[in-house]
Design a protein around this ligand. Sequence first.
Ligand code: ZN
Length: 68
Amino acid sequence: MSETSPHPTGTAFTCPRCGSETTDEYYGPCTDCRQILRAEQGGEARSVTTADYEPKMNVTPNAVATKD
Ligand SMILES: [Zn+2]
C-alpha cells in the first residue's frame, strides 16, 4: 500500500469526557481518558463506563455540533 491513511481503523469523534478529537474503534472516552478512568477505578469493577455516557445538562450542544 503506497497511500498512508491519516487515521487508523476506527471512527473519528469528540471524546465525551474531555472534548478532544480522537479516533477509536468505538465511541467513548479517548485513550487518555480511559487510562484516567482506569486509574480512578483502581481496578474496581464498577459501572463507571455506563455512568459516563449519561448526558450532562451543563454540556453546551454547540461545542459538540461545531465541526469545521
Ligand atoms: Zn478524552
